[in-house]
Ligand binder design. Sequence first.
Ligand code: H79
Length: 427
Amino acid sequence: METLHIQGDRMAWWREARFGMFIHWGLYAIPAGVWEGRCIPGIGEWIMYNARIPVKEYEKLAKRFNPFKFDAKEWVRIAKMAGMKYIVITAKHHDGFCMFDTDLTDYNIVKATPFGRDPLKELSEACREEGLRLGFYYSQTLDWHHPDGMGNFWDYDLSKQEFTRYLREYVKPQLEELLRNYGPIAILWFDITTPTPELARELKDFVRRLSPETIISGRIGGGLRTPSTPFKGLGDYITMGDNQIPDRRIDDDWEVPMTLNDTWGYKSYDHNWKTPGRIVQMLVDIVSKGGNLLLNVGPTAEGEIPKPSVDVLLEVGRWLKNNGESIYGAGAAPLDVPIDGPYRCTYKPGMVYLHVFGWPWDGRLRVFGAKGRIEPRSASLLREPSTTLPWEWEGEGDLVIRVPEKALDSIDTVIILKEGMPKKGLA
Ligand code: H79
């Protein structure tokens, strides 16, 4: 009972938040996808692996890392203007370089770079001031720099590695530093899964003891993998595959990490940005299925979030400023939406939000199979509450709403259906 109680409290803000900023920032921002004059295919933060860069070579990047334009307050301001409620930043990615001050290794941003500052400390202060939650991504399994971490077969003899020693004498003490020295840590975002269920359990218990309020991502691993909880393991929520939006609603807490282009860590030549409209519609789709969107930015080696990312985020933020009521604290509707349907449906008790992506040419918006699932008492436009819209039931329980000729918002116009008593047993 006690754990259930804490579990409920721990996730409460997260369910409300729905939209967070992922930040992948590390030494890989310097090569930015290019090594020895060659463009290295693949995601930018994997360049050490993909180009098989020896530890001794990759380490030299640290001496060149001086992100003098880094401004924690500016990053937090951008996240806030985008309508994001939390930030998760890479404290240590697979390359093993620590973006925080640590006693466990000198291979960290404070001791090994000309920059000499601790950006996580500065971010934690900025987040506290601005009321955003802060979480850390920490690569608990892969570490291509540490002799006992997993994955680096080009420098180390894998048969001589002692992963458990790395986990106990390196990972756990570092997590303790992260949980003790940076104020309340909202999320620990583990990746890949921990090699054995026993070690995943050990890690989880360790985090819980130190910081019971910290949410643990689904990729900690361990636990049972069932069809309904594919990627939850011992974590507090399901982490979907990178960029994988599920086809239908999931009746559990879940999150999808997503890139704005085709990389997490900055790549100088990746310009394949998703449009603001696409991001808004993806966010709506995700919330309509009960999940959270963790949307990534990859800052440059100078410490700036790339301008094209900022432009997209600000546009998304503008939409959320007008329509946030239908996102924050909302979840899946008790309604099945056709997967290619021109609308999505988010829900709060007593309120159904119809998100219209494709405006009907004949002024009749058909909501399929709504009978018995929702019971509207009134219909209106979210942005023009005084405009009430007539509706009727048609055919096999379709709700047909008469809408104005033109969409108020070409990305997504939101219609509110107010219900009487919330329906029991369908949510
Ligand atoms: O942090 C981001 C990724 O670096 C990380 N998860 C997100 C949030 C991640 N870790 N592992 N993976 C993603 C799977 C990686 C697969 C690939 Fe590859 C890396 C495909 C291409 C590069 C490994 C190397 C498999 C093929 C080549």
